[in-house]
Design a protein around this ligand. Structure first.
Ligand code: GUE
Length: 301
């Protein structure tokens, strides 16, 4: 795709984009299978949170649709640290498993950091292991967190070369804000990370050519914080009650933002579907690396 922002639809269709990514993953999986290799993704869910169960089921469906093996491990909410660590060790040793994802959040009695850092870094398709975090920060080949990777793919597709653009990320989490900053820095953006203590947040946001909202506060970024023509990536997925119904909204006030932004991701149908597509892409990448094959093109950072 090419052309200036003005001659394009302002909406960034994450659903369509993610379908394209998953199709490209599936094509490469088909190639691998001809060579007798089937990528496998193991997903571990501890406890019975209904939202997490739906989400894990969707991942399983999309994994199989891409032609990969999906291994689901559901453990009771009172699972001990030792039992969970033993499962991770077993998956680390399993040659059929190329990617391991432990669904977050974990029940409070478990040490999530210890679990994530016990995952074999080469199988860490979430990119949460400290080794992968360090590799990314130093510009080396890493497994990159799925949500920031998906955001980067959409930004590159929209804007082409990102060099020199002002990128403002609102939110400093380990799973989105920080890795997003590293990726944009690597693409030569001028990166600002803003957060709850930032002064004059509106002023800071108005300088952004690229604005990434990842805070988890419904509609907290109004249209008048957005520079005209800016590209807005809304990572927030907030459930709000409205008129007795639940509705999904982002961190950006969509209606006012859409009028100003050059391009914007909706919620739902923006970043969320890309996160799952990138999980599949990372699993394919991990499998290729494990087999000593060239990495899939256009599916890594
Ligand atoms: N180890 C780990 N890795 C994760 O990547 C991870 C996790 N734990 N825990 C939970 C969060 C959340 N997350 C989402 C992914 C896709 C959608 C998604 O596809 N959302 C749809 C809407 C889905 C709906 O209707 O609820 C959309 O935005 O269009 C949402 C949320 C990944 N997470």
């Amino acid at each position: 795709m090419s052309g200036s922002i003005t001659d394009r639809e302002a909406l960034i269709d994450g659903k369509a984009f993610s379908a394209d990514v998953r199709q490209r993953v599936a094509a490469q999986v088909a190639n691998l299978k001809e060579q007798g290799i089937t990528p496998g993704l193991a997903v571990v869910l501890v406890g019975e949170d209904p939202a997490s169960e739906v989400y894990v089921r969707n991942k399983g469906i999309q994994t199989r649709e891409a032609g990969m093996n999906s291994y689901e491990h559901k453990l009771p909410a009172d699972t001990t640290q030792e039992a969970l660590m033993a499962l991770v060790a077993q998956l680390n040793a399993d040659k059929a498993v190329h990617g391991i994802l432990v669904q977050l959040p974990l029940p409070g009695h478990l040490d999530a950091e210890a679990v994530l850092n016990a995952i074999e870094p080469a199988k860490d398709v979430d990119g949460f292991h400290i080794l992968n975090v360090g590799l990314l920060a130093t510009g080396q080949k890493a497994m990159v967190a799925c949500t920031p990777l998906g955001c980067l793919m959409m930004l590159r597709d929209r804007l082409g070369d990102l060099a020199g653009l002002n990128a403002v990320i609102v939110g400093r989490s380990n799973i989105v804000g920080k890795p997003m900053a590293q990726l944009l820095l690597r693409d030569s953006c001028t990166v600002t990370i803003a957060h709850s203590k930032t002064r004059d947040l509106g002023e800071v946001c108005r300088r952004a050519d690229i604005l990434v909202a990842a805070v988890g506060r419904p509609g907290m970024i109004p249209g008048d914080w957005i520079k005209p023509g800016a590209t807005v990536i809304d990572v927030g997925i907030n459930r709000i009650e409205e008129g007795g119904r639940t509705r999904l909204v982002g961190d950006v006030d969509f209606d006012s933002a859409r009028a100003v932004a050059g391009a914007i991701t909706p919620v739902p149908g923006g970043v969320g579907p890309m996160t799952i597509a990138c999980l599949l892409a990372n699993t394919l990448t991990a499998c290729c690396r494990a087999a000593g094959l060239p990495e899939p093109e256009g599916l890594t950072a």
